[in-house]
Design a protein around this ligand. Sequence first.
Ligand code: PHE
Length: 489
Amino acid sequence: MGAEEAVLSFLESNEEISDSGKFSATIGIDHNEIVNIIKSLHGFRLVDAQDIKREWWVLTDEGRSYTVAGSPEVQLFLAVPPEGIPREELQKKVDPTVFKIGCSQAIKNKWVEMGKGLVSRKVQHVEDRVKDLLKQIQDGEVIDAKDIDELKRRKLIALQTWKGYSLRKGPNFAPKRVKAVTDLTREHLQKGDWKGLEFKDYNYNARGATLEAGHLHPLLKVREQFRKIFLQMGFEEMPTNNFVESSFWNFDALFQPQQHPARDSHDTFFLQDPSTTKQLPEDYVERVKHVHESGGHGSRGYGYEWKREEADKNLLRTHTTAVSSRMLYLLAQKPFSPRRYFSIDRVFRNEAVDRTHLAEFHQIEGLVCDRGLTLGDLIGVLHDFFARLGMSKLRFKPAYNPYTEPSMEIFSYHEGFKKWVEVGNSGMFRPEMLLPMGLPEDVSVIAWGLSLERPTMILYGIDNIRDLFGHKVDLGLIQTNPICRLGVQ
Ligand code: PHE
């Protein structure tokens, strides 16, 4: 008889199976097999199953060894002769674990004492209670809770649990399970047995198999939204496909002095190989050197000796403004026409990693280059740009960047947080940066930058940047994250 049949036929003539373990022993079928059948019969409500659980103590390997050799404290005691023994000698006489555990227990029991390196007996005779208790447990006897605790603490016994079921007939009980058929087949029709068959109901709530497909990371979704906003505002995307940049384009061209702390290796990752750039536009380099050293165009410059070696050093770009400086230089090489440029890409900084900082992140940068632009134009463009992100309340605070004057930090009122939060940095590029490039005197450039990670974290409710980017990211986040629509409330 099969296990299922055995269970059902027993229940047909009996009120209950009180213990699936005993039942499986009587019919000689493995308990695991019975358990699987019970779960399935219970699922179809042919039977009602109740969990039952049994717990008892068993000896660990260590516990079992003491039932033969005696507890370590007794072994130790017996190794101490009546006249005492030097500690080192005793240690040689017994097993190292017996020595270690035995000593501490025997001293605790006041069986032996240790004085000036000599171990001596304090009593004449001891009883091996631990061994006796372990034997009692082995024989299935019940012992005192206090003794149990002690043996458990010494890891000599472990709790063994057994899980099984008690069963009664369920609401759909039948002495034999009729398997509902899923499909009507040609054989059914030919044999004509379809008339007597029971068909399985359709499960309209079943989920389809999940599709294996690529997924967009939240940063990609938010980037796409920013890109759309820039494109709607008539901006062109700058080529950002070089993470490695020379100090020249990253710093010098931006009128950032060579002693500036950001140019220290504590803040910037410099490259070892290749450590220097191959090529720079020489005449422009000369003009940049000159403006750093002695200014010009109404500027006094920084008055230090500008070094070519410093400008040649390769680094991982620390901001996408390096891209902007290259683009503006290229623009200056042709007859002037106004431009709106943007970029969104990765930058690197040698920073201590914490909840909000990683050594790499993405910057969003926009710039407008035209004749006669003013700070008013910058403020106007920023209002337009941030309003499209759903941030219409803006405030500006004077700031400092080596390459912009004036410079402004941008704050937006966050309705959710009920406070002003910093959302970006901006300014008008300095003439010391633009004029050496060769841009006409009346051309100004207004620009701003922000990180991609910060708005993404706010939008997706992520408060630790390591949950968004890097090796600790949960792949589930990448597989299922909502679409992003900026500015739509
Ligand atoms: N480059 C600046 C930064 O890294 C951002 C910025 C861009 C500031 C353009 C002004 C103008 O924070």
